[in-house]
Design a protein around this ligand. Structure first.
Ligand code: BEZ
Length: 217
């Protein structure tokens, strides 16, 4: 099978989120100004007026207050015109009673999609895949998800990941499989034999010295 041409370099976890200026449904925005002091979830959808995208984007809108309460702003994107976005936002409001208030980038020249590796030619040369970038208030990419065109994302998992990132950042801990707010965190493994001997005597919930958990205050 012929390999599709690689047309972009994707930002990686730990990189500064590439800055850009774009036309959006709330007017022109510069990403580095939008991101100041808050977390941002930048996410793409393949196309306006398509079924899976409508389920996802309306879910982002319905849970926007939850994101706000987590000091997090939303920013959507697709390779559609601003006119298409406005018509779709209006249609979703009329048919479902849900208003997408967050900005949606009209990335008709594919500038932002290419900058963020959202255009993956093996999947589509003209539509962005379903990407999610969680970016911290310092502008660092902390988590990336890419889903194909035919599979919708999980909103609960996006919110869980955001909460986990914020908790791990605040408490300087790692968090285990399926962590939920209120669950214990992983205690960093000991780095010396002496610390290991202390650890096995500790009161942490422990499988062995390298796998111990503690409550967060
Ligand atoms: C959808 O959102 O339903 C969709 C969009 C592009 C390709 C396939 C499905």
């Amino acid at each position: 099978m012929e390999q599709p041409e690689t047309i972009n370099i994707m930002p990686r976890i730990g990189d500064f989120a590439p800055d850009f200026t774009a036309m959006t449904t709330v007017g022109p925005l510069k990403f580095s100004e939008y991101n100041t002091g808050s977390w941002v979830i930048l996410f793409s959808h393949p196309a306006d007026f398509t079924p899976v995208c409508t389920t996802e984007m309306s879910a982002f809108a319905q849970r926007e207050e939850e994101f706000k309460a987590m000091n997090t702003k939303l920013m959507g994107l697709s390779i559609d015109s601003i006119h298409s976005h406005i018509a779709w936002v209006n249609n979703v409001k009329e048919k479902m009673g849900i208003l997408m208030k967050f900005p949606i980038i009209a990335d008709i020249d594919m500038k932002v999609s290419k900058l963020y590796g959202m255009l993956q030619p093996g999947e589509s040369e003209t539509a962005a895949v379903r990407a999610v970038f969680i970016i911290d208030p310092e502008g660092i990419v902390r988590l990336i998800m890419y889903y194909p065109l035919n599979i919708g994302r999980g909103m609960d998992e996006i919110i869980r990941s955001l909460k986990a990132l914020q908790t791990a950042h605040e408490h300087k801990v790692a968090l285990p499989l399926d962590w939920q707010p209120g669950d214990k965190a992983i205690v960093p493994p000991p780095k010396t034999v002496e610390d290991m001997e202390e650890r096995v005597k500790s009161k942490f919930e422990m499988v062995d010295f390298y796998l111990a958990k503690k409550d967060l205050d």
